[in-house]
Write a protein of this length. Structure first.
Length: 405
């Protein structure tokens, strides 16, 4: 146990991050505010400084693998508050947390109260042991801590009113829907087309309908739910690698020689301000191009044919033999950036124009809006029961449709 001065400082830092999250609108529930002011989250990360433990926007990494990749962490308060708001946990609720480290389960226990139940599960015994020790030390003795692959949930304690997933998922296994009570809520960082959003879903019969979505980042799922992106070198440039989160083009050989064609450049006339959220822009583009992927460029081996994008996150579209990617040009005085496209291929100029048209459509119809309607249906659901763009996963079919499209 830390000494009294540290406890006083910890309380000050807890109140500070809660105040910040209230001002920005992440915390709106008085009950979530009270829970986050109470739980001494620093006791879950005793090797970290108090400032790190209570950093509003930064996670505390608690475990890495042999390659240095983050495999376990205590999420930042901002992310935890966001997901708790999405979950809408009520007194007496039965809650399952998938991915554990202690503080989030304690927040859930505060929200359910003595009439509720909280079960937290992790595939790795190490974070489960840390969570168990933290929960015991802080008085949350009724929280169940399990070691298991959560692909099948924790059926012994179902049904759940809320399932809160705190690791990055590529798919929604059937158990997560089946173990939810009717109108139960699932909160999950779900990756679709390489774009991760923490979605708040509500169960409607055999499927889930999203009620909220926010860009986020989480350590990836392990075990049966793990999923690696597929990659391929762009033909003609050893320094450019394309990453496909769902599936690569049906015939990648169509891109052979694509960089031997002239590079087309088109500017959209659509600019965004510095720090303006562009989550709907990314998803709109991803759901309106034939094949969406991302790209990395190794400057030491790249040929230079692929120009600088001006973005840390390279968004790419492929349509048969045509290849295009987003670029930006910045106005430092106005602090804005205009979107454009470079494209190659036999119809590079036309492809660049079509891509620019997608961005202009987003600007006219979706910018500043609530985003798409997202629903998760079981694999095998007939096409005539789905609307919009459909992304097929191993266990589910995800439909993404835009208002006024």
């Amino acid at each position: 146990m830390t000494d009294q001065p540290d406890e006083v400082r910890a309380a000050e830092l807890r109140n500070k991050f809660v105040d910040e999250l209230k001002v920005e609108g992440t915390i709106t529930s008085p009950r979530i505010e009270a829970a986050m002011r109470k739980v001494p989250r620093h006791l879950a990360v005793p090797d970290s400084s108090l400032d790190d433990a209570y950093s509003t926007y930064n996670a505390v990494v608690t475990q890495t693998d042999e390659h240095g990749n983050h495999v376990s962490s205590v999420s930042a308060p901002q992310i935890q508050a966001m997901q708790l708001e999405q979950g809408g946990i009520r007194e007496g609720d039965r809650v399952l947390e998938i991915g554990t480290n202690g503080p989030n389960a304690a927040y859930a226990a505060e929200l359910t109260g003595p009439a509720g139940q909280v079960t937290t599960v992790d595939i790795d015994p190490a974070p489960a042991a840390r969570a168990r020790a933290f929960l015991a030390a802080t008085g949350y003795h009724d929280v169940r801590v399990l070691v298991a692959d959560a692909e099948s949930g924790a059926p012994d304690h179902a049904p759940y009113d809320v399932i809160l997933v705190t690791v990055g998922a590529w798919d929604i296994p059937p158990a997560w829907t089946e173990l939810l009570a009717e109108n139960g809520r699932l909160v999950v960082p779900l990756r679709v087309n390489g774009l991760t959003r923490t979605y708040g879903f509500i169960r409607e019969g055999d499927h889930l309908v999203a009620t909220s979505a926010f860009p986020c980042g989480f350590v990836p799922m392990q075990g049966a739910g793990a999923h690696a992106q597929q990659s391929m070198q762009l033909p003609g440039d050893p320094g450019v690698t394309l990453y496909f989160d769902e599936a690569p083009p049906a015939d990648p050989s169509l891109l052979d020689g694509v960089l031997d064609t002239p590079r087309a450049e088109v500017w959209t006339g659509v600019s965004v301000a510095s720090q303006e959220p562009i989550g709907t822009f990314q998803m709109y583009l991803a759901t309106h191009v034939p094949t969406y992927c991302t790209m990395t460029i190794n400057p030491e081996t790249a040929t230079g044919k692929i120009g600088p994008t001006g973005l840390p996150f390279s968004m790419v579209a492929v349509d048969g033999p045509n290849f295009g990617y987003v670029v930006v040009r910045r106005d430092t005085e106005k602090k804005t950036a205009e979107f454009g496209f470079h494209a190659f291929g036999p119809d590079g100029a036309g492809f660049a124009e079509r891509l620019a048209g997608i961005v202009r459509s987003w600007d006219e119809k979706q910018r500043g809006g609530s985003g798409p309607r997202v629903a998760v249906h079981p694999a095998g659901t007939p096409d005539d029961q789905l609307t919009g763009r459909v992304v097929d996963k191993a266990h589910s079919r995800i439909s993404i449709s835009w208002p006024d499209a």
